[in-house]
Design a protein around this ligand. Structure first.
Ligand code: UT7
Length: 349
């Protein structure tokens, strides 16, 4: 069996910096509220017309492929995680394949929101371990700024999210020392509606738990999206933040411990934990619960906000660039989010 080794990482964030103060012109919020509740100081927003989820992924991918010492023709499979695709369909995987002028390789799209990158990495790891592919490009990218409610109505969500992309190249290796040790994936759809974007979708109010399930049959018609849905802000994400928070602080430590126990390791063995950047308060809670030192946890939500599927690969690439990950280090990735879905990966770098 082969081992999958991450040989290249890269990230891209748009130039445009949006500070907390900048949001005050659109909604009733404050720098103090955002910093205190989330730790976020600023985030990046993509250019409205010149940048997409895919174009940001292209930039991150180019860096990851170059860092791996490969060229685009060496990549034999793409796994692309996003909740903000360029098109409803097809997914961003094929758009990335086209933009990078890759040969006719497979491209898989993963829809697991904040856990998207961990799920994508796990899929790539299985393909490599089974011998099916040798060089897989795993990407997480989001252009949230295009789909947020910037009125006061949407403030609990819109202040959190930012745009960006991160990528990693996984390569088959016969090393017995390095590579992805294990990945652990979970889901529980009981709370699917508490962090979700309902439209465009085909649910037509079938799932009565949807907080806005209040349209009559005539209004629903056969449309993914009606004027009324837009009037009721149903084209924006919805989140019951407190419920998500309460579950996140349980599931993060649980899934990290699952990975450590599986490999007969303990929290003190971790050189760097990269939690999905959902909220600095969640990351701090997890750090405290696992008794980790500051230098064992990497956070950059202060500068980029929550970039969903992109947050882990951006942080991974940034931490590597800063010399915080060295060969032989034990790196733990962990994520929790909409679905709910959650997961972890343990990597010997
Ligand atoms: O990455 C995917 C997973 N997502 C997460 O893990 C997010 C988890 N949840 C959270 O991070 C937090 O719940 C939030 C940061 C989203 C919200 O913080 P909170 O402390 O749970 O606030 P809340 O939603 O309970 O709202 C508290 C108050 C409310 O006002 P009242 O009713 O007490 O008067 C909100 O209207 O804060 C108000 N509020 C705001 N005020 C200023 C909500 N958003 C804002 C805002 N600025 N942006």
């Amino acid at each position: 069996m082969f081992q999958s080794v991450i040989t290249g990482v890269g990230y891209y964030v748009p130039e445009h910096v949006v500070k907390n103060e900048d949001l005050i012109q659109y909604m009733d919020t404050s720098d103090e509220w955002i910093r205190e509740r989330t730790g976020i100081e600023e985030r990046r927003y993509a250019h409205r017309t010149q940048e997409t989820t895919t174009t940001m992924a292209v930039e991150a991918s180019k860096k990851a492929i170059e860092h791996a010492g490969l060229t685009t023709v060496d990549i034999d499979f793409i796994v692309f995680a996003t909740l903000s695709p360029d098109y409803y369909f097809p997914g961003c995987g094929v758009l990335l394949q086209r933009a990078l002028k890759m040969k006719e390789i497979g491209a898989l799209d993963v829809r697991n929101q904040c856990s998207g990158f961990v799920y994508a990495l796990s899929v790539a790891d299985q393909f490599i371990k089974s011998g099916m592919y040798k060089n897989i490009l795993v990407v997480g990218s989001e252009k949230h700024s295009f789909g947020l409610d910037f009125s006061t109505r949407g403030r609990n969500i819109s202040v959190i999210f930012g745009d960006g992309a991160g990528a990693a190249v996984l390569q088959a290796s016969d090393s017995t020392e390095r590579g992805v040790l294990s990945t652990h994936l979970h889901s529980n759809g009981d709370e699917a509606e508490i962090l979700a974007m309902y439209n465009p979708g085909t649910h037509a109010n079938y799932w009565k738990d949807t907080p806005f399930a209040n349209f009559d049959e005539a209004e629903i018609g056969q449309m993914f999206m009606s004027h009324s849905m837009i009037d009721h802000a149903q084209n924006f994400p919805y989140m019951d933040g407190q419920s998500v928070f309460k579950t996140a602080v349980v599931k993060f430590p649980e899934v990290i411990m699952e990975a450590l126990n599986h490999n007969h390791l303990q929290p003190s063995d971790i050189n760097l934990l990269i939690p999905h950047q959902a909220n600095l308060r969640i990351a701090q809670f997890v750090q405290k619960k696992l008794k980790l030192r500051d230098d064992q946890v990497y956070n950059n939500i202060q500068r980029y906000g929550n970039t969903t599927a992109a947050s882990i690969p951006i942080a991974l690439a940034e931490a590597w660039e800063q010399g915080k990950i060295k060969e032989g280090d034990l790196v733990c990735l962990a994520a929790f989010g909409s679905g709910f879905t959650w997961g972890s990966a343990l990597i010997r770098w």
